[in-house]
Ligand binder design. Structure first.
Ligand SMILES: [Zn+2]
Length: 319
């Protein structure tokens, strides 16, 4: 992680505002210890409480911001609404990861926060953050090949794909002790570029992640599987496990709506009862995934049926 931060220009005089979540999520503590290894100051603010984040950014003269890209944009928006001139902040770079993002988002982050926005990649099963990081050329993420051996496979045939082709990233740890990981399927879709980078580094580069080979979703950095939503729905009597998950990103923050099918008997019931059921579903899903979602009850048979695999997720975010 320290090396990843160095690639974003972090040195011992920097102040890192670490707005990744602390706790069991590896993002927070990963950046924290990496920052300390460099000798930088780490502000362990964690995620949330956005107005306070901005005050701290001003009071502490934060130079590096680490958070999800969507939260970075939200911070910029709140700062603008508070009438703060973001050009006056001391921020110079941001390490953004833990969710998929785009070049358009990079442009916005760089312009609105007046920083260099760099992509960072990692996963809990391998080491946490710092498996790969973008250098200043921003043409892909260098994988730290002295620690991780990458391969790209076809997720259907499980065979390795030829050089440069897009497929699923598989990682093997080379130096991890205690629990080495051999050919771990990340389910993340990318391609590898082995050409020497314009920055001079010879480490292989991976393209930014463009999708998943399974149905996993990342909502505000939190991993969500449709099966978890299903599990919550099955706890409620009288509900069909017919549902659709709609993911949007209004105002740069992920929103999750779950449309749940009801039975005919259910709809003839009084409004108050329906509202209570809705709240009950929201609470049960929250307990399951740890995120607040909006639940809409839809008429019987209205979610479209599929002849093959049910379409459970409609992701309207633009990656
Ligand atoms: Zn490079």
């Amino acid at each position: 992680m320290a090396r990843a931060l160095t690639m974003a220009g972090v040195g011992k005089n920097d102040k890192i505002q670490n707005s990744y979540g602390y706790g069991l999520f590896t993002g927070g503590l990963g950046v924290h210890y990496g920052g300390h290894k460099i000798g930088a100051t780490v502000i362990p603010i964690s995620a949330g409480n956005t107005k306070r984040q901005i005050e701290i950014m001003q009071d502490f003269d934060t130079t590096i911001l680490t958070c999800t890209p969507s939260y970075g944009l939200y911070l910029a928006e709140v700062a603008e609404n508070e009438g703060i001139d973001t050009n006056k902040l001391k921020l110079k770079a941001g390490c953004f990861g833990a969710e998929m993002w785009t070049e358009e988002m990079r442009e916005k982050l760089e312009k609105r926060l007046n920083i260099s926005a760099q992509n960072i990649y990692g996963l809990t099963e391998i080491i946490g953050p710092g498996v790969a990081m973008e250098c200043s050329s921003k043409t892909g993420l260098h994988i730290f090949e002295d620690h991780f051996y990458p391969e790209i496979i076809d997720p259907k045939t499980m065979k390795q794909l030829p050089k440069g082709e897009t497929g699923e990233l598989v990682l093997t740890t080379l130096t991890r002790e205690g629990m080495p990981v051999i050919r771990f399927r990340t389910h993340d879709i990318t391609a590898l570029n082995k050409e020497v980078c314009e920055c001079g580094r010879t480490q292989v580069k991976m393209e930014r992640i463009t999708g998943r080979s399974d149905d996993m979703l990342k909502i505000r950095g939190v991993i969500v599987f449709p099966s978890q939503i299903e599990k919550a729905l099955l706890k409620i009597e009288g509900l069909e496990p017919q549902y659709q998950i709609i993911v949007t990103r209004p105002n740069h923050l992920d929103e999750l709506e779950v449309q749940v099918e009801t039975t005919t008997a259910f709809f003839s019931d009084e409004i108050r009862h329906i509202e209570r059921i809705k709240k009950d579903i929201e609470r049960k899903i929250h307990n399951e995934i740890g995120l607040r979602v909006k639940v809409s009850l839809v008429e019987p048979k209205s979610p479209p049926r599929s002849e093959g695999k049910a379409v459970r997720v409609i992701d309207k975010r633009n990656f």
